[in-house]
Design a binder for this molecule. Structure first.
Ligand code: HSE
Length: 308
């Protein structure tokens, strides 16, 4: 039976001001997944790492989307999925989305690409539902489409790829776990009109800035008056990191997804590396372990390597 190996990259959801509607695809880190076509209607999950992730496909972020996919098909087919996670669960860089998006892109490739990207996002969102209790596509869509995506709506799905200028991304992941479901639970359910006005001005400004390659506008728009004030309390050193990274030349940034990772955008690699050192020095001083990455925006999303 046919088998494929893919890389499923991490993603930065929200892009500070665009809670649940904006996200970008990272070149690194990525999970490695092997998916094999079976001639039986079943999904088998094998993990090759030490993360305590469920192997019951209905409860697994890669398994649930595949069950949804084969559930609607007349053919007797299934998939066996082996996952080597390099994106830690609870890191805020789209670990659950990588498994979900990687699984459906690989499965689609094995089936001869019978589903559109939009249909793949719809399947993959079942993985996010399993992981966080809510369907959201701001990690899934950039992971499948690559680049920056705007999710104008999820019911019905309306995904708009946004062109971007050259941008370097620095990410620091302090080694604490923040579950997306918890980070969503602490949010206020209502917002003040004045805050909403400021926020949608920023979202529009960020999209316009990306499309016009206007770095100053991008920087001014990377402001979040609704989510960040609440979630930043979960991230040690957050405000210090943000201030110091901007002083070091970053265009701007903030919490990656639901945290605890923090990301910053820079115009060039040298600045992105200086920003990484700033992040490291804050966590070295606090005495907190971390992983850090200097990377770029992947324009490809999930990458298929070889089919056997
Ligand atoms: N938009 C989601 C959230 C992304 O912030 O809860 C989670 O990675």
């Amino acid at each position: 039976m046919k088998e494929i190996t893919i890389h499923a990259p991490g993603t930065v959801a929200n892009l500070v001001c665009g809670f649940d509607v904006l996200g970008l695809c990272l070149t690194e880190p990525y999970d490695i997944m092997k998916v094999r076509l079976l001639d039986k209607k079943e999904v088998i999950i094998r993990t090759t790492d030490n993360y305590p992730l469920p192997s019951d496909p209905a409860l697994n972020t890669a398994g649930a989307p595949l069950l949804e996919m084969i559930g609607g098909m007349q053919r007797e087919i299934g998939f066996e999925v082996s996952i080597t996670k390099q994106i830690k669960p609870g890191s805020g860089i789209g670990s659950s989305a990588a498994s979900a998006a990687g699984a459906v892109v690989a499965a689609n490739e094995l089936l001869g690409n019978i589903f559109s990207k939009e249909e793949l996002v719809r399947f993959a969102m079942f993985g996010e539902k399993v992981a966080s209790g809510v369907k959201h596509a701001d990690n899934i869509a950039p992971c499948i489409y690559g680049g920056v995506t705007l999710i104008r709506s999820i019911f019905p799905l309306d995904i708009i790829p946004i062109p971007t200028p050259a941008l370097f991304v620095t990410v620091v992941h302090p080694q604490i776990e923040v579950r997306t479901s918890d980070a969503r639970q602490i949010l206020r359910k209502e917002v003040l009109l004045k805050d909403a006005i400021r926020q949608w001005g920023n979202i529009a400004g960020l999209v316009a800035g990306l499309m016009k390659s206007d770095y100053d506008l991008i920087g001014r728009s990377l402001e979040d008056v609704i989510i960040e004030p609440v979630r930043s309390i979960l991230i040690p050193g957050f405000h210090e990191i943000k201030k110091a990274c901007r002083a070091a030349g970053a265009i701007g940034g903030g919490i990656s997804g639901s945290g605890p990772s923090v990301f910053m955008l820079s115009r060039n690699r040298e600045t992105a590396c200086v920003v990484e050192n700033v992040m490291k020095s804050v966590y070295d001083r606090i005495g907190l372990n971390y992983n850090s990455y200097v990377t770029t925006i992947s324009q490809h999303g999930v990458t298929c390597l070889n089919t056997l």
